[in-house]
Design a protein around this ligand. Structure first.
Ligand code: SF4
Length: 498
């Protein structure tokens, strides 16, 4: 009796992802329990980075699911993804040829940001009571969330529950992002709210190559050779977290979802089938934020005030992780850059070069000395003000990449930074709260309709077409160095890497 009440989670182990998917579903009793003849199935991967690699769901995992769905009689299999920090999935996928590879297999690619949104309301939710979800999610008979297992600085892990954040338009994503790690954070509750409004029918976690350390973008690969699947995303996440070496219910999203009765997160109530969990359990390094950690970083010093971990902290952490590319050379010529972030950061030294990151830091340091007597800095042929404001809450990619470009102009520490600006500029859709200060004086009284109108105006302003040339350049300069696996994906998609 008790066994029947347990949530069932299948683990598949194998030499490739397709085999792992098959084994996980064989252990669960077959995908035909959910996918019926004639069904339209939507797969939602995590494609959060244009550079590909272990940050994103591997195409073979989607291919494994596609084959199973087709064998079960599915009429169509769609793959849908959304914009990330304003960067459209069409561009993200286009850079690595991901969309073409999926279409070659037989799947239809859907860019959520290009289709209609459907309004959803759930009064019992903690903070995010209403959201918009993609129309294709409603049209599909079955939707499957397909995350990749990674560590995450704000949530410890990013798995099935967190992957649902990716179904929201950017305006909804920006709401309630101000959670503080040691306060009554609403960030975690918000992610669970999204899951509660639109639960996937299945969660299939790509754990063939998982990520530890500085996830979700710059961590290290751990070869697990696993795929984990369940009809209960909470149970699926709890099992993956156990495989990553976390304590049961240690990770906030799983714990909150379990407590709110949205699924089963207690391992005592989960039946694991297929593989022995303990045989595969590892102890993943966690993602660190704190700049005082022993992880080396270059050229920058972080002066943090009260900063929210789903907002500026996340992006500044990316700057720390990328500092060896961005700032190492510049430090020799300019000295360190002080990055001020959050409410009331400590004052910087008087003769420093300063990046003021986010509206909290800009507002709360208006009276600091560096603003009263800005010194000029930079090469003699192009002196500039000694501090730069990166406006926004959270600053959107465009704002901070532009600021970085301005900051490093004349020092050329990263060849493709100009291209990166072009890519983002060409398809920037602003975050509702990421609108620069002069355009959004009502930042704290968030007006969604107004923000949406503003985002539409930007979209309709017809971005320049030279973007595609920039993509080519990025493909050659960054991708090939980042991950040899990308070469393989490109070749499968019919693109010969440069
Ligand atoms: S400016 Fe940054 S730290 Fe301040 S509320 Fe916005 S995201 Fe959070």
């Amino acid at each position: 009796m008790e066994t029947n009440q347990k949530a069932k989670v299948g683990i598949g182990y194998g030499n490739n992802r397709i085999e792992c998917v098959r084994k996980a579903f064989a252990a669960l009793g077959g995908i035909q329990q959910w996918v019926k003849p004639g069904h339209k199935v939507l797969l939602k991967p995590n494609i959060m980075a244009a550079q590909g690699g272990a940050q994103i769901t591997h195409i073979d995992t989607l291919k494994g699911l596609y084959l199973l769905c087709k064998e079960a009689g599915a009429k169509e299999v769609w793959v849908g993804e959304n914009s990330v920090c304003g960067m459209s999935p069409r561009i993200q996928m286009g850079i690595i040829g991901y969309d073409r590879a999926l279409e070659d297999i037989g799947m239809k690619v859907i860019f959520f940001d290009e289709e209609d949104w459907v309004y959803r309301f759930r009064g019992e939710n903690y903070c995010l009571k209403d959201i918009h979800i993609p129309k294709s999610l409603v049209d599909a008979d079955v939707w499957i969330t397909v995350p990749v297992a990674k560590t995450h600085e704000a949530c410890l892990t990013t798995l099935g529950l967190k992957n649902s954040h990716g179904i929201l338009p950017d305006e909804d994503k920006a709401r309630h992002h101000r959670g503080r790690p040691f306060g009554n954070s609403s960030l975690w509750e918000k992610f669970v709210d999204i899951y509660a409004i639109s639960k996937p029918h299945l969660c299939v976690t790509d754990m063939f190559h998982a990520m530890e350390g500085q996830g979700p973008a710059f961590g290290d690969i751990v070869e697990m050779r696993l795929v984990v699947a369940s009809a209960d995303s909470v149970a699926c996440d709890a099992t993956v977290e156990a495989l990553m070496g976390f304590e049961n219910l240690e990770c906030p999203l799983t714990k909150i979802a379990h407590k709110r009765g949205l699924g089963i997160g207690d391992m005592n109530q989960i039946q694991v089938v297929g593989e022995n969990l303990l045989q595969h359990r590892r102890h993943f390094k966690r993602a660190l934020w704190h700049p005082d950690s022993d992880r080396p970083y270059y050229g920058i010093r972080i002066l943090a005030g009260d900063v929210c971990h789903g907002g500026c902290q996340m992006i500044v952490r990316y700057l720390i992780d990328l500092s060896h590319i961005l700032f190492k050379k510049m430090e020799r010529e300019l000295g360190p850059i002080y990055i001020l972030v959050g409410d009331n950061p400590p004052p910087p030294p008087e003769k420093a070069f300063i990046l003021v990151f986010g509206d909290c830091a800009i507002y709360s340091t208006w009276h600091y000395q560096y603003r009263q007597r800005p010194k000029l800095i930079g090469p003699w042929w192009k002196p500039r003000k000694g501090y730069i404001d990166v406006q926004g809450c959270v600053p959107v990619q465009l704002e901070w990449i532009r600021s970085m470009a301005h900051l490093v102009e004349g020092y050329d520490p990263m060849v493709s930074l100009g291209d990166a600006v072009s890519v983002v500029e060409a398809d920037q859709v602003t975050f509702a709260e990421g609108i620069s200060l002069e355009k959004n004086p009502r930042r704290w009284n968030f007006d969604r309709e107004w923000a949406r109108k503003y985002a539409r105006e930007i979209q309709e302003s017809k971005p320049p077409r030279y973007i595609y040339a920039a993509n080519e350049s990025i493909k050659g300069q960054i991708l090939r160095k980042t991950d040899p696996e990308v070469d393989r994906i490109l070749r499968e998609a019919g693109v010969e890497p440069e």
